[in-house]
Structures are given as structure tokens and as C-alpha cells.
Design a protein. Structure first.
Length: 182
């Protein structure tokens, strides 16, 4: 996994706010920010490129945000930051159930936004590294178990060969009458 600035998909219908957010994120994090003003554009952008962080406004004009998030989650489990003007308690609960890592309330301080996006990106990267490490450890463990099983089978075959060889030797000695008699 490479350490590179995150690729962010920003869905914000307010063009001026989106421009300000894009500029601040680029300056603070040197990241790539793709912006879209409506849900259709968001889905088009997500089809053309996979994004590392999703920043979705709850106020998009052409779709309900839960529907858009469900659609995005079919192909991308990237960290989700929701942008909200005046969310209800139900909206907040639904956002948490849908896996939103953060909810940024408008109006917000751009420095706070950059810190929040950076922190979210870092947590997601740490989780991805941990998942990759667990996957690698599981593969290694499986390989060790398979090799141990194979080695045990080989040892069993060698032991059986020794037993058969000893029996043949004992039979030959007994047939040749080489054992001393009392």
C-alpha cells in the first residue's frame, strides 16, 4: 500500500462552497479532489475512478442522500464524510448506521474540515493496512499448516518404511538362522 495523498470525491451542490473546499483540501493535503453538484454526476465520477474518501452533501438536489450512499457502497467502501446544514437526529442515526465516519456541519471552518479529512483518510489507511496484514498472516498460517501436514505425512511414510525394513531384516536373520542358540 503506497502513501499518497487521497483521491477525494466531493458532492456539494453549492458551487462556491465546493470550489472553496476543493482549494483548501488541495493546499492542505496536496490531494486530488473531484467535485460533483448532483447525485448523477457523483455516480458518473465514481464509475470512472475509485476514490479514497467520499464527501457527500445531505442536500443534493436530484437524490436523497441515503439512496446515493447505498448506491456508492455497492462498489466503494471508502470512508464517508457527510456534509449537513441542519440534520435531524434521525438523519444522524441513519448516517451512522450507513457507515459515515464523520458528519461535518455547515457552516464549518475550512481548517477544521482539512484536519477532519486528513484524520479520516489516515484512519482508513490504517484499517486497510491492518486488513492487508491480517490477510497476509492468514495466508502464511494456512501455508505453514499445509506444510506441517505434508511433513507429518512424509515422516509417517519414512517410519513405515523403517518398520517394514526392520521386519524384513528380522525375517532374513531368522531364516538364515544367524541368531545364537543357547
Amino acid at each position: 500500500m503506497q502513501d499518497r495523498p487521497p483521491d477525494i470525491l466531493l458532492a456539494e451542490p453549492d458551487i462556491e462552497l465546493a470550489t472553496l473546499m476543493r482549494r483548501c483540501l488541495r493546499e492542505a493535503m496536496a490531494c486530488t479532489v473531484t467535485s460533483a453538484a448532483d447525485a448523477a454526476a457523483v455516480l458518473r465520477e465514481e464509475l470512472t475512478a475509485r476514490h479514497d474518501v467520499l464527501m457527500i452533501s445531505m442536500d443534493l438536489p436530484d437524490a436523497a442522500w441515503p439512496d446515493l450512499v447505498r448506491e456508492l457502497r455497492l462498489t466503494n467502501r471508502a470512508p464517508l464524510i457527510l456534509l449537513a446544514t441542519d440534520p435531524s437526529v434521525d438523519d444522524l442515526l441513519q448516517a451512522m448506521r450507513m457507515g459515515a465516519m464523520e458528519i461535518l456541519l455547515k457552516p464549518f471552518d475550512t481548517a477544521q474540515m482539512c484536519v477532519l479529512v486528513q484524520r479520516t483518510s489516515e484512519r482508513a489507511l490504517a484499517r486497510q493496512r491492518a486488513r492487508t496484514r491480517r490477510r497476509r498472516l492468514r495466508r502464511l498460517t494456512s501455508k505453514i499448516i499445509r506444510e506441517r501436514r505434508d511433513l507429518r505425512q512424509r515422516i509417517d511414510l519414512i517410519c513405515q518404511d523403517f518398520v517394514h525394513a526392520y521386519r524384513r531384516l528380522a525375517q532374513r536373520v531368522s531364516e538364515a538362522d544367524l541368531l545364537p542358540h543357547e
